[in-house]
Design a protein around this ligand. Structure first.
Ligand SMILES: [Zn+2]
Length: 315
């Protein structure tokens, strides 16, 4: 199976009660860690590229890495998604570059504008067999240049179930990221968050069979934060979405779960550990190698224990 869009993936995820992991790609080691994990777990995969990643690594390099992933793992269905496209022009570029999915995030705009911009992207993308994700409601936290609402306001900016049917009908969008209390980054919350499962269920009831997406879903695992702090880091009060909440949402209408921060934490924790335990080490392979292995371990855990999409690559 070559590069695919997410249509069939989401259909199967919805039907079988699991979610596909959408992991952000920033460099070779992270990408290798991800693909080795899903290949062993036989899980479907969505690789995502943000504008920031593209600026950091250059699109041609990221695309080359992704192309190798697809070529060397012909049995694994892989979709590539633009994460948080902000304009029609950005989305158009990624569609033209061969991405199989794009997200247009106009969630900070009034509903009518969000619908109109999403519809414009949908028309361009669908003509090229590319699917589109949009967003309703506003998330908390900060993800690169995407600034969300503050911690105290998260519950006031949830997706409004009254808007979802109109949004989907008028825009023609293929999947919808809904704000249900998650947040971007490593400092998501001041206290243990409670996701709005009642809102999620109401949206799901109004859109039967329609795939929903969860952003800001890293769990900021204590294991990694503790390692980072133990080996000279300084990340007090880092907090994410508990994995049992992500698992619960994955069994509901959430078909795609975005994970970026947890990858960064795993990579950084291992690099810090190597630097502290072997201060004479200067060969990048000797710290990036173990860091890549840590990313792989994390992704295996996510797809197997949290998203429950392991073994579903051939659905
Ligand atoms: Zn996001």
């Amino acid at each position: 199976m070559a590069l695919v869009n997410t249509r069939k993936m989401f259909e199967m995820a919805y039907k079988n009660g699991y979610a596909v992991g959408a992991f952000n790609v920033n460099n070779m080691e992270i990408t290798q860690g991800i693909i080795e994990a899903v290949a062993e777990e036989k899980a479907p995969l969505i690789l995502q590229v943000s504008r920031g990643a593209r600026e950091y690594a250059k699109n041609s390099y990221l695309r080359a890495i992704i192309d190798v992933v697809v070529k060397e793992n012909p049995e694994i269905p892989v979709a590539i998604n633009l994460d948080h496209g902000d304009t029609f022009e950005t989305c158009r570029q990624f569609v033209d570059d061969g991405f199989t999915s794009v997200m247009i995030d106009a969630s900070s705009k009034p509903l009518e504008e969000n619908i109109a911009l999403t519809k414009e992207v949908v028309e361009y993308a669908h003509a090229r067999d590319v699917v589109v994700e949009a967003e309703l409601g506003q998330l908390g936290g900060i993800e690169e240049d995407v600034v969300g609402v503050s911690d105290d306001d998260i519950s006031k900016h949830l997706a409004d179930p009254n808007q979802v049917e109109e949004f989907v009908r008028k825009s023609g969008v293929d999947s919808l990221a809904v704000a249900i209390g998650t947040s971007h980054g490593a400092y998501k919350f001041k206290k243990e968050p409670k996701l709005a499962f009642d809102v999620l269920q109401e949206i799901a009831d109004r859109l039967p069979g329609f795939p929903l997406v969860m952003h800001g879903s890293s769990s900021v695992l204590k294991e990694f934060v503790d390692l980072i702090n133990k080996y000279g880091g300084d990340m007090p009060n880092a907090m994410g979405v508990p994995e049992d909440s992500v698992a619960k949402a994955s069994k509901m209408a959430i078909c795609k779960v975005n994970i970026d921060t947890d990858l960064r934490l795993a990579l950084t924790a291992k690099i810090r550990q190597v630097f502290c335990e072997k201060p004479g080490e200067f060969d990048p392979r000797k710290y990036l190698g173990p860091a890549r292995a840590k990313v792989k371990e994390l992704v295996r855990h996510k797809v197997h224990d949290v998203l429950c999409c392991a073994g579903h690559a051939f659905d």
